[in-house]
Design a binder for this molecule. Structure first.
Ligand SMILES: C[S@@+](CC[C@H](N)C(=O)[O-])C[C@H]1O[C@@H](n2cnc3c(N)ncnc32)[C@H](O)[C@@H]1O
Length: 214
């Protein structure tokens, strides 16, 4: 089964309340970036937006925002949620490891929240090149994914760990992410943090970056 099929199945078979990562309020890290003025209202894209919660919150902060996700079912859910809340934003089903056309130089800010651990090392360069192409000169990029410093749990303790809902995740180190991002982005801050989740906290690596003109 492909990741897209897996994700579609999850978004079909579970309610939003049951989906382990689906949280209505925005992640503290993104809230802090906006409230500290690291990024001001602009044209933005949420990569791997899931059911669109953070997109909807950013609209309330003045952003013009597009949500993108691999899973067409996630996009249906996000579109329905935005319509229900009467929020103006856009959603598209695309795979960031594939060919993503029509968005070159369209955004000032891109972020992915808990997405990159679904993208294995062999596909990450394509993913990051797509982010780079979507951003305007000087555009900002924030990324957070699971860290290899996460203690052993139900999924084991290796770089690849299988979750209770059947997905396999890749746990990153700071060094891997530095090497991944630095050819195309100026890495302003890279650090390992504890992130509150729906069922307890976990350890993640986060990076604040700006686009290099290369
Ligand atoms: C753990 S969920 C997080 C969703 C959302 N950011 C949130 O916090 O609710 C990861 C999401 O990334 C999407 N995703 C994974 N790989 C992707 C890719 N290559 N391109 C686009 N979306 C992807 C999945 O479909 C899923 O919705």
């Amino acid at each position: 089964m492909t990741l897209r099929e897996q994700m579609d199945t999850i978004y079909h078979e579970f309610t939003l309340a049951e989906i382990p990562w689906n949280i209505e309020k925005p992640p503290d890290s993104i809230k802090n970036l906006v409230e500290a003025g690291w990024v001001l209202p602009c044209d933005a894209i949420d990569l791997g937006c899931g059911a669109g919660n953070c997109v909807i919150w950013l609209v309330s902060k003045g952003f013009r925002i597009t949500g993108l996700d691999l899973s067409p079912r996630a996009i249906e859910l996000a579109t329905a949620l935005a319509a229900q809340k009467r929020v103006a934003c856009w959603f598209v089903a695309r795979d960031m490891t594939g060919i993503v056309e029509g968005f070159d130089g369209s955004f000032d800010f891109a972020y992915d929240w808990e997405v990159l651990h679904h993208v294995f090392p062999e596909d990450r360069e394509k993913y990051v090149m797509n982010v780079h192409r979507m951003l305007r000169s000087g555009g900002k990029y924030f990324s957070l994914c699971f860290s290899e410093e996460e203690p052993p749990s139900f999924g084991g303790d290796g770089k690849y760990r299988k979750t209770r809902i059947g997905t396999t995740l890749y746990y990153s180190s700071e060094r891997e992410l530095q090497e991944l991002f630095e050819p195309l982005f100026q890495v302003e801050q890279l650090r390992t943090v504890e992130v509150a989740g729906k069922k307890g906290s976990h350890i993640a690596v986060e990076a604040k970056m700006s686009k290099k003109d290369v």
